[in-house]
Design a protein around this ligand. Structure first.
Ligand code: GLN
Length: 458
């Protein structure tokens, strides 16, 4: 069985389970074993008991004739997404033993579609970071090469996919956190249109920027997962039903390419090669620049740190979290939060309080300008192609802010962005490229992605 299961797609596995070729219980037993042998530190908590009882329930639902789009498909869940009765730590010492009494809507939608949860994945503490190295539980290693960056903050989700212990994963992305690790680990990550996926049950970092995101080992599975988790949820006031722009294969698309000179050679050739595939279809492919590109990263950090500061204020060890032996809120937070998170919160305090909030107001104004600039860009171009990072696959610990420029636009503007592991560097390791579109452009992104992979549109 194991050989069949290794490179199988979620769609194919679900078909096999639906047709009775394999039971959900048999399938999941295989993936649980892989997850429990995981040497890369992908997981914080394994969900063996929950997985087996979910699989049994799926087998019964199939036997009673129910149609389940993700029957028996194993998935992992970033540990900032609440799972009733199962620890949700946000990779923080502070929430080390937190067990939520309810589940996130996206997670419940996956269970309803027949998918099986295998475990909660490692991440940067409270999603603050870009390499997975702020986790209280240690950094997840990149299974493709352990000397290279894994990317973060959804590091464990990407690793669980790349190492084959699941076929789908739920990550989250505030400023690149699903897309960067996807690219570095050679898998797919989509940051959907703001509001299209409910954030109910996501322990937020910066709510006006983030979404729960589909991550997967194949492009088609990513789209299937998005379809399952998307849709209005009365428990999230920002969620809405999105009408996706349809793709018309006969109409030439207009493609803008943003490729700054500072990008390294492997990155440049991956983006150029992707652009070539699109101009081969006689599409109009032109170089573009992005609005306020000297300021965008700063605007992101200014505004998101202010949101992180206020959003995390509820973690006072009275309502949630581990109380210090000294019994005070301030000691509990200082002991429970790691250094990077404490620094980020301090930045947020500065942003909101310095000069009567002037820094914050200026950044808000720039965010508005960036949004307006992107809106006009999308009047001229249907999709925008960019690198994921200036360097192809950085060494562990060397990433810094070099991934942020390409990531933050989608979060600042609420637009969708898809990362595809398209190219290869000199060592045969993946080099991701990113496609962005205006809100509701997810379908376009998936179809253009298929074309870049040299496949037919669906
Ligand atoms: N690196 C970014 C930050 O630290 C992204 C975080 C995220 O997307 N959750 O803010």
């Amino acid at each position: 069985m194991s050989n069949n299961m290794k490179n199988i797609s979620a769609q194919r596995l679900a078909e096999m389970v639906r047709s009775g070729e394999i039971s959900a219980t048999e399938a999941v037993t295989y993936y649980i074993r892989r997850a429990s042998e995981d040497p890369w530190g992908a997981y914080i908590t394994l969900m063996e008991k929950e997985a087996l009882s979910a699989a049994e329930a799926v087998d019964k639902r199939i036997a009673s004739g129910e149609y389940l789009p993700l029957a028996g498909v194993p998935f992992s869940v970033k540990d900032n997404i609440c799972t009733e009765g199962v620890k949700t730590t946000c990779a923080s010492h502070f929430l080390e033993n937190f067990i939520p009494s309810y589940s996130a809507t996206a997670y419940l939608r996956l269970l309803a579609s027949g998918a099986i949860p295998v475990g909660k994945t490692n991440m940067d503490e409270f999603a603050v970071g870009g390499e997975g190295d702020t986790s209280y539980f240690g950094t997840s290693l990149n299974p493709l090469d352990r000397t290279k960056a894994t990317g973060g903050s959804s590091s464990g989700s990407a690793v669980s996919l790349a190492s084959g212990s699941v076929l789908l994963s739920l990550g989250s992305d505030t400023g690149g956190s699903a897309r960067l690790p996807a690219a570095f680990c050679g898998v797919y990550g989509m940051k959907p249109t703001y509001g299209s996926v409910s954030r109910f049950g996501l322990v937020g970092m910066a709510p006006s920027f983030e979404q729960i995101c589909p991550m997967s080992a194949s492009l088609d599975d990513n789209e299937l997962l998005l379809r399952v988790i998307t849709g209005k949820d009365l428990r999230d006031m920002t969620s809405k039903d999105i009408s996706y722009e349809q793709f018309d294969g006969d109409k030439p698309l207009r493609v803008g390419v943003f490729l700054p000179d500072e990008c390294d050679l492997d990155v440049r050739s991956a983006v150029k090669c992707a652009a070539q595939k699109l101009s081969d279809r006689m599409w109009n492919v032109e170089n573009v620049s992005l609005p306020e590109s000297a300021e965008a990263v700063r605007v992101y950090y200014t505004l998101s740190s202010a949101e992180t500061y206020s959003n995390l204020a509820r973690f006072d060890a009275l309502r949630y979290g581990r109380m210090s032996e000294r019994g005070t809120v301030i000691d509990s937070r200082s002991e429970g939060f790691g250094k990077t998170l404490r620094e980020r919160i301090a930045e947020g305090v500065y942003v909101l309080e310095h000069n009567g909030g002037e820094v914050y107001r200026r950044a808000l104004e720039l965010r508005r300008k960036i949004r307006v600039g992107m809106e006009s860009l999308y009047e001229e171009y249907d999709v925008i192609l960019t690198p994921v990072c200036h360097t192809a696959l950085p060494d562990r610990g060397s990433l810094g802010y070099s991934g942020d420029l390409f990531m933050v636009y989608a979060n600042l503007c609420g637009c969708p962005a898809l990362v595809i592991p398209l190219g290869r560097d000199g060592d045969g390791l993946p080099v991701g490229v990113q496609l962005m579109a205006n809100c509701g452009g997810e379908k376009l992104l998936y179809e253009v992605g298929r074309i870049m992979e040299g496949r037919d549109v669906t």
